[in-house]
Design a binder for this molecule. Structure first.
Ligand code: RP5
Length: 169
């Protein structure tokens, strides 16, 4: 008999290269929270804690993760390295760096050589939020409650714009 699914086991992992990335990545966590997507949050650095990165990626599928949202800044190799060690889809968020405004992060994440894909989102807060919405969309078919929450979020967004269409008001 199949064991019952643990409803609170995380389906999405949010990882980031440094605690300093939380200011950006909290926007991914807030969206997952609002949509009722079970998730976990970890700091995992590709260059400061490479062994943790390997064990996180290697255990991801077995622990039930269905997507990993990975944010990093500068030479942002975290998403690509995670993707190289797991088949769980990795959604990369370029964190806005001080030196180059996140262009370095964006190019580091988006320019993966063919063979190991990383889904790459916008630089900064918008990218973090959209990565969470994308992860929810990936889960929607198998988890109807998440699908319904996502549909309701999108409808509210539409209604908010439609109900405020005169910018002078
Ligand atoms: C990257 O270096 C992190 O993802 C972060 O965006 C950047 C700066 O890290 P800290 O010096 O703030 O720890 O690894």
């Amino acid at each position: 008999m199949t064991p019952p699914e643990n409803a609170s086991a995380p389906l999405v992992g949010i990882v980031m290269g440094s605690r300093s990335d939380w200011e950006t990545m909290q926007h991914a966590a807030a969206k997952l929270e609002a949509l009722g997507v079970p998730h976990e949050v970890r700091v995992v650095s590709a260059h400061r804690t490479p062994d943790v990165l390997f064990s996180y990626a290697e255990s991801a599928a077995g622990r039930g993760l269905r997507a990993i949202i990975a944010g990093a800044g500068g030479a942002a190799h975290l998403p690509g390295m995670l993707a190289s060690k797991t088949a769980v889809p990795v959604l990369g968020v370029p964190v806005q760096s001080k030196a180059l405004n996140g262009m370095d992060s964006l190019l580091s994440i988006v320019q993966m050589p063919a063979g190991i894909p990383v889904g790459t989102f916008a630089i900064g807060n918008a990218g973090a939020a959209n990565a969470a919405l994308f992860a929810a969309a990936m889960l929607a078919h198998e988890h109807p409650g998440i699908g319904a929450a996502l549909a309701a979020f999108r409808q509210k967004q539409t209604d908010d714009v439609a109900g405020n269409d005169d910018p002078r008001r």
